[in-house]
Structure formats: structure tokens, C-alpha cells
Write a protein that binds this ligand. Structure first.
Ligand code: PMP
Length: 435
């Protein structure tokens, strides 16, 4: 097999159609902020594999750690051994947790598995069943998480019946809520946060009694739902409601964690501490690893043997995660994330609105390098057209949500020059799609 057409044809024939794909690129190499197609063509990667390679593709420190670990111990099964790379990783994670009370871990491979584990822990620890999630949330596609995901019907359509006991509350998505108000000026973001809290209280009175509600599960910054940052008052209010009703607060930071928003975890922007924190993606720079952390008294309620899995907390993935933390420190990734974030927001806000025709507006939002651009008043498919134009400019740009939204998720290692190039290409792609 040699030509790209042959590769693509082979892939289409032998990889199931259910795995959708936003490009037809065949890649075999990636380094830093770039991925390389098999024909050697170089693409600026503003996707980081959906918020995974936060340290850039194949960071030398991570590569070295993985190579060394592969020669020492690949598989130290968690239900048989304590393995050193996991213990060392926990040592590195502990001081970075949003609170020292979050001190007891479980590890898995994927974000979905970790979310499911959080639900298991919450149900077992509280002896209650119901879970409340938010409109527009994404928590995975496995059987359990499919019931928790509400960002698009495609993730569950045709796969029912879903796990029972899940109820959905509105997420304070100001942009979309205000779009439906006669006078958007009257309805500010705080109003939106208060209203979402009110709706949640109603749900707890009308549908899911606190006595039956084990946990409230939320993405502190919504990912697949549109890169939506909740208003300041919302998460603090949510914490209060959970405390009042003895409900566990689970924060899914699979996408927003590990520096993506400019702090190690997005909850730190809102000064709240969840009862259970879910992590994956950026934790190990591309190696399959996920984790949940909680307080010891919650995590030790499950009897030994009730949790675990063949590859849970794989030794090579743990070594990659440990090296990832080293890169965070050595290269001050959080600082770089915040500086580059400012550069992105300034560039996008000064250039994109000016390109839009009469009647079209946009909301440029996010935190750190989790940046969303939502277009209002555009025809359906506009955001996909922008992404297609970006690909013509050798740039990987993703869309998200049911609304016309782009998401920029560059590595936290991105340089000033690469950021300028990214801005130039995103702006040119919007301009081309507008024409
Ligand atoms: N939670 C969130 C917030 C996510 O963004 C994702 C993945 N996009 C998941 C859970 C599921 O993670 P995984 O695909 O690793 O199962």
C-alpha cells in the first residue's frame, strides 16, 4: 500500500463507520505543535487530539520516560501489585490537587471509565442512586456514560435503553439563553447562573429528591457542549446546594484539567472543591490513563476487589504522566498557557468580529487555551466550513456542540510565533468561509 488514496480507502473499508472523523488525513508522525501526513505534509495542530497532548506531541521528556519504562515494567496489574510508577505519580499529583483533602486515587485508561467509576463510588458511598447532569454535557460514549452525555442525540440514538436514574438540569449557557430573550441586555450572566441554580432546586423538589440523589456531575467548563464557561456565581452555588442536601459534587475535568484553562484544574478558577474529581486526557500526554480522586473516607467505602481492571493505571502510562508533570514544572506550562491565551484572545477579538457581515455576531470565549468561537446568525454548517478552510491552510481546527462553534485547543507549549501563525490561519479561514 503506498498512495494516500489507498490508505484512505483501506481505512474506510476496514474501520467501522460509527467512528466518525473530521479529516481524511493519514498521519504517521507528530512533534510539538505539528502533525505530519504520510506524504510528509506538515499541519499546525490546534486540536491536540481533543485536549490530550498538552505538552505538545512527543515531548522528549515524555518519550524518554516511556522508553525507559517500557524496558523495565510494562504491566504491573493493579489487582496484584503496587507498582512504583503509579506510586510516584500519586506523589507528584497530590500537591497539585485543588485541596489536600483529595488524597485517594483510582486509575483507569479512558475518561469514560473514570466517570463511570466516579458514579460507582458516589452510589456506593451515599447508598443513593440518582445522578444529575447538565444540558450539553459530554461524559463519554460507554454504556454508563452514554446516559450521562446530553450534548448531542447521536451519542445515544438507537442504543437505548440507557442506564436509569439520570436527570438533566439546565447549564447556564448565557449565549444561548440570552439569544431567546426579547431584551438580552436585561439578562446578564449572573442572572443566568442564578436561574440555572433555581432550576436545579426545582428538579430536586419535583423529580429527583435529595434523599435519592447520590451526585451532581458537571464539567466546570463545558467541553463538547460548546466551550461554555459558567458565570462566576454558578459553581459556588452548586457547591452550596450539594452541601445543603448531602449530595456529592463530581467535577469532570477530563477536558478542562491539566492546565488547559490556565490553572491545573478549572475548579480553581471558581474556588470550589469537588467531592470527586475526574481526570484523563492531558494527564499523560497521549498515553491512555485516567483517574479519579476523592477523600479517603469516600474512596475506602468500597470493599477490596470491587474496583479495578486489567490495564487500570498501566505502568507506561503512569511513567508518561509523571514525565508530563515534570514538563509542567520545567517549562512553566501554566504561565505559558496564560500568556498565549491573552495573545489568542486579543488577536481573535480584534480581527474576527470585523470580518462578519451584517446580522452575524460571534462570541469568543473560554479560559486559558480552551477557546471557543460561536457564530450567531450564520447558516447551518458554517463552523464546519471554517474548519474545512483551515485544513486548506494546513491547520487542524475542530468544531463542537450543536451550535456553530469552533474550538481551539493548542498545546500548552505553543510558542509566540506559532500562536501568530495560528491566529493568521484561523482569521483567514473565517474570512474565506464568510465569502
Ligand atoms: N468527559 C469529558 C469532559 C470529555 O471531554 C471526554 C472526552 N471528550 C470524556 C469524558 C470521555 O473520555 P474518553 O473519550 O477518554 O472516554
Amino acid at each position: 500500500m503506498s498512495s494516500i488514496t489507498k490508505f484512505v480507502q483501506f481505512g474506510k473499508t476496514h474501520i467501522a463507520r460509527g467512528i466518525g472523523r473530521s479529516t481524511e488525513l493519514v498521519i504517521d508522525k507528530a512533534k510539538g505543535t505539528y502533525v505530519y501526513a504520510v506524504d510528509g505534509k506538515k499541519y499546525l495542530d490546534l486540536s491536540t487530539g481533543i485536549g490530550v497532548t498538552n505538552t505538545g506531541h512527543c515531548h522528549p521528556t515524555v518519550v524518554k520516560a516511556v522508553q525507559e519504562q517500557a524496558g523495565n515494567l510494562a504491566h504491573g496489574q493493579v489487582n496484584i501489585f503496587f507498582q512504583k510508577p503509579m506510586l510516584e505519580l500519586i506523589e507528584g499529583l497530590l500537591p497539585r490537587m485543588p485541596s489536600p483533602k483529595l488524597d485517594t486515587f483510582f486509575f483507569w485508561n479512558s475518561g469514560s471509565e473514570a466517570v463511570e467509576a466516579a458514579i460507582k463510588v458516589a452510589r456506593h458511598a451515599t447508598k443513593k442512586q440518582n445522578i444529575i447532569v447538565f444540558q450539553g454535557s459530554y461524559h463519554g460514549r460507554t454504556f454508563g456514560t452514554m446516559a450521562l452525555t446530553t450534548s448531542k442525540t447521536i451519542y445515544a440514538a438507537g442504543f437505548s435503553p440507557l442506564m436509569p436514574g439520570v436527570h438533566v438540569a439546565p447549564y447556564p449557557y448565557f449565549q444561548q439563553w440570552s439569544a431567546h430573550k426579547a431584551d438580552p441586555e436585561k439578562f446578564d450572566a449572573d442572572w443566568c447562573g442564578d436561574e440555572a441554580l433555581h432550576q436545579l432546586e426545582l428538579l430536586l423538589k419535583q423529580r429527583s429528591d435529595p434523599e435519592d440523589t447520590a451526585a451532581i456531575l458537571i464539567e466546570p467548563v463545558q467541553g463538547e457542549g460548546g466551550y461554555v464557561v459558567p458565570p462566576k456565581n454558578f459553581l459556588a452555588g452548586l457547591r452550596k446546594i450539594c452541601d445543603k442536601h448531602n449530595i456529592l459534587l463530581i467535577c469532570d475535568e477530563v477536558q478542562s484539567g491539566f492546565g488547559r484553562t490556565g490553572k491545573m484544574f478549572a475548579v480553581e478558577h471558581f474556588n470550589i472543591v469537588p467531592d470527586i474529581l475526574v481526570m484523563a486526557k492531558g494527564i499523560a500526554s497521549g498515553y491512555p490513563l485516567s483517574a479519579i480522586v476523592s477523600r479517603k473516607e469516600i474512596m475506602d467505602k468500597q470493599p477490596p476487589g470491587s474496583m479495578g481492571g486489567t490495564y487500570s493505571g498501566n505502568a507506561i502510562a503512569c511513567a508518561a504522566a509523571k514525565a508530563t508533570l515534570q514538563v509542567f514544572d520545567e517549562e512553566k506550562l501554566l504561565d505559558n498557557c496564560n500568556v498565549r491565551s491573552e495573545q489568542f484572545f486579543k488577536g481573535l477579538r480584534s480581527k474576527i468580529p470585523a470580518l462578519l457581515p451584517e446580522g452575524v455576531t460571534c462570541d469568543i470565549r473560554g479560559k486559558g487555551l480552551m477557546i471557543g468561537i460561536e457564530f450567531m446568525g450564520v447558516p447551518k454548517g458554517f463552523a464546519n466550513n471554517v474548519a474545512a478552510e483551515a485544513l486548506n491552510l494546513d491547520t487542524i481546527l475542530l468544531t463542537t456542540s450543536i451550535y456553530e462553534t469552533l474550538r481551539l485547543i493548542p498545546p500548552l507549549t505553543i510558542t509566540e510565533e506559532e500562536t501568530n501563525l495560528a491566529l493568521e490561519r484561523v482569521v483567514a479561514s473565517v474570512a474565506a468561509a464568510v465569502e
